[in-house]
Design a protein around this ligand. Structure first.
Ligand code: UD1
Ligand code: UDP
Length: 366
């Protein structure tokens, strides 16, 4: 009998991590991969577009568990996923990343004694004011199998006393997704359609509460972006949280007047076409730090910490404060692009994760 494996996805970054594992498991005669969409992200441009771009089927189960506050969102997924597990119990649950859906699904499964694998385990920013850091700590404390992307993640888990037999370094599944779709990405023509010349523009993405939720901080960033846009073409696909805050603070029109490409969130293929062809990225995203590191595109991360230090030590990522934006972004655009190798970020992480899961399932059956 095939092992029924739930792959839980809820928010935008989850889809890119789960997709390569879904495809890898689909080719295994011992596995029945089942996609569970929690509904944390629900707008077409934050959800459906990724299913299409990544070749995923319509989710087998949709929990429709949207919620406002952290507690409500986590609670909605927790109870909806428990109901699903009671009705159609999986043999394993796979959760990805660090969003509220990750924590909620992990808790629901573990309390029903369903084993859980955490994809992208061991990352730590050290900043406990980030909701994601709380989610990472809790998930890694209770999940049974921890798939890590890098050596620093293994070291974090060892420091927290996690026994090594729970940890398996598989590499970075987001890079699998990029590798699988590279031909389509390079042919997508997104930059060209926007009138942006290769290497001569910067991409901006911002959605961390610390940058966008408080109007004064957001206003300071907008001021820098206005000045930056005077001399450098910018493409800014705006996350729904950020769009909402910009409108509430009366800042949207100011950005629009700069002539920058102020866009709706993009699908994966279009977005990666823009990133691959740009001169530099200014971001506070987790995934974008990884993708730029793989591509050798200079990345400036508008944060005080990163849970992905390997992107700084081995990739072209640098943490900056808002005061550095005006100087750092044009210099990064002018700099040489250097492609560096990060161990196991090689497009083959999903088969390694699938193999590790099979070994666990076979080991448990003995
Ligand atoms: C969430 C994750 C964050 C991740 C980000 C990726 C948590 C704690 N946060 O943050 O780690 O980096 O996703 O994008 O899980 N909205 C829409 N349509 C959608 C989704 C959201 O309009 O499809 C709007 C809603 O107003 C919502 C707000 O965006 O209240 C924030 O969404 P939410 O999922 O709570 O947090 P994100 O900022 O997206
Ligand atoms: N992304 C996308 N379209 C966009 C912005 C981002 O397809 O307009 C992709 C990109 O691959 C990125 C991933 O979504 O790595 C995760 O995005 P996000 O920044 O929302 O989440 P985080 O990684 O910060 O949790």
């Amino acid at each position: 009998m095939k092992a029924r494996i739930h792959l839980v996805a809820g928010a935008r970054p989850n889809f890119m991590k789960v997709a390569p594992l879904y495809h890898a498991l689909l080719g295994c005669d011992w596995a029945e991969p089942v996609i569970v969409h929690t509904g944390q992200h629900y707008s077409a441009e934050m959800s459906d577009v990724f299913l299409r771009d990544l070749g995923l089927p319509r989710p087998h189960h949709c929990l429709n568990a949207q919620g406002g506050t952290h507690a409500r969102q986590t609670a909605a997924v927790l109870s909806a996923y428990e109901d699903l597990c009671l009705a159609a119990r999986p043999d394993w649950t796979v959760v990805a990343g660090d969003v509220n859906s990750t924590l909620a699904a992990c808790l629901a499964a573990r309390k029903l004694d369903i084993p859980v694998a955490h994809l992208e385990a061991g990352l730590r920013s050290g900043d406990r004011s980030m909701p994601e850091e709380i989610n990472r700590l809790l998930v890694d404390a209770v999940a049974d199998l921890l798939w890590t992307p890098s050596e620093d993640a293994d070291a974090n888990l060892a420091r927290e006393g996690v026994p090594p037999e729970r940890v398996c370094r598989v590499g970075n599944l987001m890079i699998d997704t990029y590798c699988a779709l590279e031909t389509q990405i390079l042919a997508a023509g997104t930059a060209q359609r926007l009138g942006l010349a290769r290497g001569e523009y910067a991409v901006v993405t911002l959605h961390r509460p610390v940058n966008v939720d408080a109007a004064p901080a957001l206003a300071r960033i907008v001021e820098r972006l206005e000045a930056l846009a005077a001399d450098l073409p910018l493409a800014f696909p705006v996350h729904p949280r950020t769009r909402g805050r910009l409108h509430e603070a009366g800042l949207w029109d100011r950005l629009e007047r700069t002539g920058m490409r102020l866009l709706d969130p993009l699908g994966y293929v279009d977005f990666m076409n823009l990133v691959e062809a740009c001169g530099a990225v200014l971001t506070d995203s987790g995934g974008v730090q990884e993708e730029t590191s793989y591509l050798g595109v200079p990345c400036l991360t508008l944060r005080e910490t990163t849970e992905r230090p390997v992107t700084v030590t081995l990739g072209g990522n640098r943490l900056i404060g808002e005061d550095e934006i005006l100087q750092a972004v044009p210099s990064a655009v002018a700099a040489e692009r250097v492609r560096r190798v990060i161990p196991l970020w090689d497009g083959h992480a999903a088969p390694r994760a699938a193999r590790s899961l099979r070994e666990r399932i076979e080991g448990d059956a003995r």
